[in-house]
Write a protein that binds this ligand. Structure first.
Ligand SMILES: *[C@@H]1O[C@H](CO)[C@@H](O)[C@H](O)[C@H]1NC(C)=O
Ligand SMILES: *[C@@H]1O[C@H](CO)[C@@H](O)[C@H](O)[C@H]1NC(C)=O
Length: 276
């Protein structure tokens, strides 16, 4: 897995802030084009929006630039990665505007957090096989694997990569918030996130999701696998929220058994087990 540096993290937040300030005025237009975004993804086959609806699972979702930012800063503070002073300054100085003082405080926050793996805060940096990404790329480019997954049926003219520079460099109109898209997508989706990820942390996802004002169908409960709590889950009308305990940004990398359980439950359309 690629170790993202402080610079990348900063860049991410700066981008989020910039996108959010420009995108708010064009929100209405962006919303109209939500459906097209999904159909027109670079190099992808034309899939109708309705074909996605009800079959969506999102991990560590970057959901809404403002709520995600607040939720992320809250995660850093609540996991004792930051001082109170820096926490308050982050909320004040980077409040939906891109200023030099905001950049300074983000750099300072990163200094306070120190050299940990922000993608999985309780493991040592790079405490996993560094070649995982290469194995993944070899595996997902195998024609038999692609066939089994019904993927790449249009013979896309470039290879599958874990992080797509093509997409990153060409996707200029990403909406600042996915919440309007989720509202449309909600039918039978599922989202999951590791709870030790400080890059797209669970607090960010929860704060963003709370703005969908969904009705609770199955109240919050601990789900189990192998006699242990695998994470927590809450089922809403049309959307299921599940966390994976002790998982970082790449959930299957650090919690493969629990990740498998979540995907299995999604595919079988069943809620995760309430008891051991
Ligand atoms: C951030 O901005 C919003 C709206 O402009 C305001 O309501 C909120 O109080 C601000 N938060 C802080 C911590 O200054
Ligand atoms: C798609 O398949 C073609 C072969 O048909 C292969 O050359 C290409 O690398 C694949 N691209 C992706 C993104 O999987």
């Amino acid at each position: 897995m690629e170790w993202r540096s402080i610079g990348d993290v900063l860049l991410l937040y700066l981008l989020i802030i910039m996108v959010s300030s420009s995108a708010i005025s064009i929100n209405a237009i962006a919303e109209e084009h939500d459906l097209d975004h999904i159909i027109a993804l670079l190099g992808q086959p034309a899939v109708k929006f309705s074909q996605y609806s009800g079959y969506v699972t999102v991990g560590n979702a970057d959901t809404d630039s403002i709520y995600d930012y607040i939720g992320t800063v809250n995660y850093w503070w609540s996991h004792a990665l930051l001082s109170d002073l820096t926490y308050n300054s982050l909320l004040k100085l980077c409040n939906n505007s891109f200023k030099n003082t905001c950049v300074d405080i983000l750099i300072y926050a990163d200094h306070e957090i120190g050299k940990i793996d922000q993608y999985n805060i309780y493991t040592e940096a790079c405490n996993y096989d560094l070649c995982t990404e290469s194995y993944t790329e070899i595996y997902y480019n195998r024609p038999d694997v692609q066939k089994a997954l019904h993927a790449n049926t249009t013979a896309i003219p470039y290879k599958w990569t874990a992080c797509s520079d093509t997409l990153f460099n060409n996707w200029k109109d990403a909406p600042a918030s996915m919440l309007p898209v989720y509202t449309k997508l909600i039918a039978a989706g599922l989202r999951y996130g590791g709870d030790t990820d400080a890059i797209v942390p669970i607090t960010a996802t929860r704060l963003s999701l709370s703005h969908l004002n969904l009705k609770i169908k199955t109240p919050w409960y601990a789900w189990y696998t192998g006699g242990k709590v695998g994470g927590w889950m809450e089922v809403y009308d049309g959307l299921t929220f599940a966390t994976v305990r002790g998982a970082g940004h790449e959930v299957p990398l650090t919690q493969p058994v629990r990740a498998f359980k979540v995907i299995e439950s999604f595919l079988s359309g069943k809620e995760l087990p309430k008891s051991e």
